[in-house]
Ligand binder design. Sequence first.
Ligand SMILES: Nc1nc2c(c(=O)[nH]1)N(C=O)[C@@H](CNc1ccc(C(=O)N[C@@H](CCC(=O)O)C(=O)O)cc1)CN2
Ligand SMILES: Nc1ncnc2c1ncn2[C@@H]1O[C@H](COP(=O)(O)OP(=O)(O)OP(=O)(O)O)[C@@H](O)[C@H]1O
Length: 247
Amino acid sequence: MGTQTRKPENEPHQPVEDPAAFGTYSSPPCFMHELDPSFVGLDGGSERIGDPPLPAGSLDWPAIRQWRKATRTQLIERRLQIGSAERADWSGRIDKALAEALSSASGKLVGFYWPFRGEYDARTLLTGLRTRGVRLALPVVVAKAQPLQFREWWPGVAMSRGVWNIPIPAVGEPLLPDILLAPLVGFDVSGFRLGYGGGFYDRTIAAMPSKPQTIGVGFELSRLDTIHPQPHDMRMDLIITERASTP
Ligand SMILES: Nc1nc2c(c(=O)[nH]1)N(C=O)[C@@H](CNc1ccc(C(=O)N[C@@H](CCC(=O)O)C(=O)O)cc1)CN2
Ligand SMILES: Nc1ncnc2c1ncn2[C@@H]1O[C@H](COP(=O)(O)OP(=O)(O)OP(=O)(O)O)[C@@H](O)[C@H]1O
């Protein structure tokens, strides 16, 4: 398939652009405002993510949960350190692979996300696909430990702020996406993903009356040997990174 192989955001951390006006920008937003200054200028370290290692013989859920927490922190830090040139290059490659994956999505509702903490930004690509009849929806956290709801989004729709200050459509009936893009904090070769640990995507997919096509999107630096999958973890149908699209 070509290039395919397979702490809460508080008030001071406002996204740079006016969410309602998205679509009028010619380049992706800068993430510098989200960087903790201590991350800037640190070495790009090539040590393998996945430290601290899971102690052998401690594969019970409490140990795995602790490992996930530490691993998420490392992976998010690493993602925030991506330089702008690399980010642009990698994002372009992901755009291409994602466009291919969505080539038959006309008439479908695609659940995406308003990027934060250095997540891959699918907004430009997806906004462009609207001309081909692709409809878009954004997730809304209605309550902790509950599935996400999705509300339709288009450029100019009235927005408000949800948890972590993430922009959400201000109003809209709950919709069920046919295709669900899930941001990757981490992922493994089997298609399992790590998110922020809220269980929102796992619960959302589990609760949907018919399973959507699930596409995990993110950067290679999020790759792990295994996330130590648990019964509640939902496997992605497809994982897209700048290097690979699996399966
Ligand atoms: N861009 C983007 N939007 C998204 C998500 C995402 O992963 N990326 N989400 C994907 O889910 C939802 C937001 N996820 C959230 C996950 C956790 C918490 C939260 O309050 N976490 C608590 C700790 C929770 C715990 O550990 O029990 C906190 O940070 O204080 C908020 C939102 C919806 N929007
Ligand atoms: N369908 C479900 N029903 C009940 N609890 C669930 C369900 N899915 C996940 N959980 C719980 O939510 C928590 C999610 O932890 P996990 O490490 O899998 O989060 P995550 O995959 O990083 O989060 P997210 O799905 O938001 O990206 C776990 O405690 C898990 O037991």
